[in-house]
Write a protein that binds this ligand. Structure first.
Ligand code: SF4
Length: 378
């Protein structure tokens, strides 16, 4: 196999994280302990040379997934596999060896760089910790120049002795990416890497990450609340809602033919010029409640069944009690949604209803847009 194939590098199976809630007087009297269900049963695979987008609104648990995958947080349950072997590290040498292969890029490039140290200091530290600084001063200097050139900060000597506050937001994020590359990793976990940057420079940083994916065959997890950028940048898109994954598939399919009502809501909210006209027309035809208005649920006591059911315009009785599994959607390879609308029994009955509707005199063609047949995904 070549390094550019899509071999699985890092995967998670049933990843779960519950944070304990500090007990108040009422909890002590009732002798109960409560937890925040930040992430429940997340399964994903990051592949060499591919970008996987993890999309969802604030508080959906996507950043917690990144911290679990980087092993900054211990997990409540589930497995993380690096090159197929289960990996659990708790600091020390084992964590350093893991971090050599799995690096994280944070949302705020200013907070992630120490303001009292120069760019040279940050990059040298990363290179030395991970054993990539060479043996001589000249080798270290060459490695520093190579890192800055790789993130398109050229000529490198212009940036090496600057402090973070002397750079723009985009340049600081490029330095943060260069620092991550100092470990020579196989996986980059990018947690909202462009959301704090000016709109005009976001595209440049995304293009840089894409270039690194192609040239270094990195597996990249791209965390974002902006589903339009996932379409542009990612090969695969996964959607999270209230700590659970609700839809996944290749980015083109998920963004152009979203199956889960929550994904449709996200797309309707995104200012994407390709979809905005159709979405605006659709939005105008529905009340806010129809469009899934309302707040995300409490993760201390999440709703039973499908967590989206209090906001879902298509909710059925079973949605309030039964948790939907991943169900295959239509014919697109690998497209799934955790939604009862794609249960084969639901699809069959909705088709029977539309046949009956269309055979009635004066029937409209409204039934033509029923969901495609689904089956339980393996
Ligand atoms: Fe809506 Fe039910 Fe599907 Fe959940 S399972 S998204 S409530 S239709």
């Amino acid at each position: 196999m070549t390094p550019s194939d899509d071999t699985a590098v890092l995967s998670a199976d049933g990843l779960t994280k519950h944070f304990p809630v500090r007990r108040g007087l009422a909890d002590l009297l009732a002798r109960r302990s409560r937890v925040v269900h930040a992430v429940d049963d997340v399964t994903l695979t990051l592949r060499r040379g591919r970008v996987t987008a993890l999309v969802g609104e604030s508080g959906s648990g996507k950043s917690t997934v990144a911290r679990l995958l980087s092993q900054l947080y211990p997990r409540t349950s589930g497995e993380i596999r690096l090159h197929g072997s289960v990996s659990t590290v708790r600091g020390g040498r084992a964590f350093r060896a893991y971090a050599r292969q799995v690096q994280m890029i944070f949302q705020d490039p200013f907070a992630s760089l120490n303001p009292v140290h120069t760019i040279r200091y940050h990059l040298t530290r990363s290179l030395r910790i991970h054993g990539n600084g060479g043996r001589t001063k000249a080798e270290l200097e060459a490695a520093l120049h190579a890192l800055l050139t790789r993130v398109h900060l050229t000529p490198p000597e212009r940036y090496l002795d600057k402090f973070p506050h002397e750079l723009s937001g985009g340049q600081r994020q490029r330095v943060a990416i260069a620092r991550a590359l100092g470990a020579n990793p196989e996986v980059l976990l990018a947690d909202e890497p462009v959301s704090m940057l000016d709109v005009s420079i976001r595209l440049g940083v995304l293009n840089l990450l894409r270039d690194l994916k192609e040239r270094l065959h990195l597996a990249i997890l791209y965390i974002t609340h902006d589903i339009a950028s996932a379409r542009y940048f990612a090969d695969e898109t996964l959607v999270m809602y209230a700590g659970r994954m609700v839809e996944g598939g290749d980015s083109e399919t998920v963004t152009q033919r979203p199956a889960h009502p929550y994904t449709r809501l996200l797309i309707e909210s995104a200012p994407d010029p390709d979809t905005i006209q159709g979405s605006a027309r659709e939005a105008a035809a529905h009340t806010p409640e129809d469009r899934g208005g309302g707040e995300p649920p409490s993760l201390i006591a999440p709703p039973a069944g499908c967590r989206f059911h209090p906001r879902c315009p298509a909710a059925m009785a079973r949605c309030t009690a039964e948790l939907p599994p991943r169900l295959t959607v239509g014919d697109a390879d690998g497209h799934w949604a955790a939604c009862w609308l794609y249960d084969p029994a639901t699809v069959a009955s909705s088709r029977a209803e539309s046949r009956a509707e269309s055979s009635r005199p004066g029937a409209t063609r409204a039934a033509a847009s029923r969901p495609a047949v689904g089956k339980v995904a393996s």
